[in-house]
Ligand binder design. Structure first.
Ligand code: 13P
Length: 287
């Protein structure tokens, strides 16, 4: 059964580790992530952007697929199905379809409007036991056509939003979605420390997990980050393994064109990436 992200993140914050949010794109992705979480006895959050939801034929299709897998694959570790960077309407659609967690990304609204909309969502989500992530300070980079410039969040605004009763809070600290440019300045730990000081026990969320060096990840966790989002890195591993399969001519040998064979190396590559991240985040054995 799907669970909200609340308990797993409270435990992560107290235990000084982070739970990975891995974004899904299709059946293979979902299966690879769930099997790895179960094998490593780790809690996990499946992230779904609105674009990915559209691609996978809507929230109902995804909820059906994930619930089916939990049962058929005997997944017993805590799994949250989370809307990533949801709009206001998107958050309601995901909640109504059976998502156990939603992010309302109101970072592009003025703070007052972000507060008003976040407050309403929290009220309706809590009534259903659904966890809510809010965001302050847009995350840079491009995701699903939304381009942010990588703002650094104002710790006082973080406190304002945290006090509304959100489950977890994403705050921009120089992190961006996708690959980091060679001249990237790194995470702003000074601001992160201030945000943690202002928000206390609130689990903090680090977006743009792809390509952040291990020591920065560890430092971020030590400063209160309890959820780390990873998307691009699984896409890159999948693409590289699939490219190799084709370049080696494997699709031309025997029944190598069978999608169950053709997609298998990519699935194994996603599993390896998820395993590496769970080990780095410290969530292994924490289910
Ligand atoms: P990356 O694609 O950079 O890993 O970011 C993922 C993310 O933050 C999803 O919200």
């Amino acid at each position: 059964m799907l669970v909200s992200a609340s308990e797993m993140l409270t435990k992560a914050k107290a235990g000084k580790y982070a739970v990975g949010q891995f974004n899904i794109n299709n059946l293979e992705w979902t299966k690879a992530i769930l099997l790895t979480a179960q094998e490593l006895n780790s809690p996990v959050i499946l992230g779904v952007s609105e674009g990915a939801a559209k691609y996978m034929c809507g929230f109902n299709t995804i909820v059906g697929m994930v619930n089916g897998m939990l049962e058929t694959l005997n997944i017993t570790v805590p799994v949250a199905l989370h809307l990533d960077h949801g709009s206001y309407d998107g958050a309601y659609a995901a909640m109504n379809a059976g998502f156990s967690s939603v992010m309302f990304d109101g970072s592009h609204y003025a703070i007052d409007e972000n507060i008003a909309k976040t407050t309403q969502i929290i009220k309706d989500a809590s009534a259903k036991g659904i966890s809510v992530e809010a965001e302050v300070g847009a995350i840079g980079g491009e995701e699903d056509g939304v381009v942010g410039s990588g703002e650094v969040a104002d710790p006082k605004e973080c406190k304002q939003i945290a006090d509304l009763g959100v489950t977890m809070l994403a705050a921009g600290i120089g992190n961006i979605h996708g690959k980091y440019p060679a001249n990237w300045a790194g995470l702003n730990f000074e601001v992160l420390a201030k945000i943690q000081e202002e928000t206390g026990t609130m689990p903090l969320v680090l977006h743009g997990g792809t390509g952040i060096p291990a020591e920065m990840i560890q430092k971020a966790i030590s400063l209160g980050v309890s959820k780390i989002n990873v998307n691009t890195e699984c896409q890159l591993s999948f693409a590289e393994a699939t490219r190799k399969y084709i370049e080696d001519g494997k699709d031309l040998q025997g029944k190598g064109f069978d999608p169950r064979k053709l997609l298998a190396p990519g699935v194994e590559a996603i599993k390896a990436t998820v395993k590496e991240k769970m080990e780095l985040f410290g969530s292994v054995g924490k289910a």
